[in-house]
Design a binder for this molecule. Structure first.
Ligand SMILES: Cc1ncc(COP(=O)(O)O)c(C=O)c1O
Length: 278
């Protein structure tokens, strides 16, 4: 048997190939002094929402903050249990911990995603949330998870950090629960320069609470209220993604930040759970 290795992609090579385009964006941001919470970010948020078919998206510093804020904004109280997949990044459980909740990991099914039967068995009187991780381009059995949630009066917050472009029965990952978080860490589906993330929600009240939580600074002048955090997606970190997502139309496929230049030729097939799991 011959050894074959797949090289990891090279950030400098990818940057070099589109350096002029990227530097132009940096120049534009620098010349306008538009570092944070500017129209560039607002445009990104609008386009991302349109791409997902979501009501609101909100740029944050990273998906870990996004999950933490989403849980708090959706009403998590200290000691509440959050059922999550045992096969995920540690950030999923960390976000629950930061929010004051108790992570309850459960087993996965044959698709390596959270098993709805395992979720149902783990529900206790203290359970408030189910937090499925949409992993490896696949989307969990959201119909079955929603049924468990409905039966027990639970809310779903999706860890969609890796899931941009993934769908279940035609609906985009990130739009199922009361809120979700997506990551723009450089190696993610849509990578940016540095770290970045977004919270997705269909709920106006959750959005309001998220604004106060993640952009506290701007709500209260220079003072931050107790318990507030500032985790803003800054324009420089996102500009790689901005240039890309700005042109997305209705059903157009995700054009990847860094990755578009690597292997997808500008297009990533939208992954469908049934297709992948079948
Ligand atoms: C499944 C999953 N959840 C959460 C995160 C955290 O994302 P971020 O690095 O943007 O905080 C990641 C990213 O590595 C992830 O893969």
């Amino acid at each position: 048997m011959t050894d074959r290795s797949v090289p990891f992609f090279s950030y400098p090579d990818l940057f070099g190939r589109y350096a002029e385009e990227y530097l132009e964006m940096v120049k534009s941001v620098g010349c306008r002094g538009a570092y944070i919470l500017q129209e560039d970010l607002a445009r990104f948020e609008r386009n991302l929402a349109a791409f997902l078919g979501a009501k609101h998206t909100l740029g944050v510093g990273n998906a870990t903050d996004g999950l933490h804020f989403a849980l708090r904004a959706a009403g998590l109280c200290p000691g509440d249990e959050v059922i999550l997949s045992s096969h995920t990044m540690v950030a999923t459980a960390a976000a629950v911990h930061f929010a004051g909740g108790v992570p309850i990991p459960v087993e996965c099914g044959a698709d390596h995603l959270i098993d709805p039967d395992a979720v149902a068995s783990a529900v206790s009187p203290r359970t408030r949330f189910i937090m499925p991780t949409q992993l490896n381009g696949r989307t969990c059995r959201m119909d079955r998870l929603q049924a468990v949630a409905d039966r027990h009066g639970l809310l779903i917050v999706e860890d969609a950090a890796q899931a941009l472009g993934s769908r279940f029965q035609g609906r985009a990952a990130g739009t199922f629960g009361i809120a979700a978080a997506i990551s723009f860490y450089p190696a993610k589906v849509l990578g940016c320069f540095g770290d970045g993330g977004a919270v997705v929600t269909q709920d106006d009240q959750v959005r309001e609470k998220l604004l106060v939580r993640s952009r506290q600074r701007f709500r209260c002048g220079s003072e931050r209220q107790d318990g507030g955090c500032a985790s803003e997606a800054d324009v420089l970190n996102l500009f790689g993604a901005v240039g890309v997502v700005a042109n997305l139309g209705g059903n157009e496929l995700v054009v990847l930040g860094f990755h578009r230049h690597r292997s997808f030729d500008g297009r990533l097939p939208l992954l469908n759970h049934d297709l992948v799991a079948g």
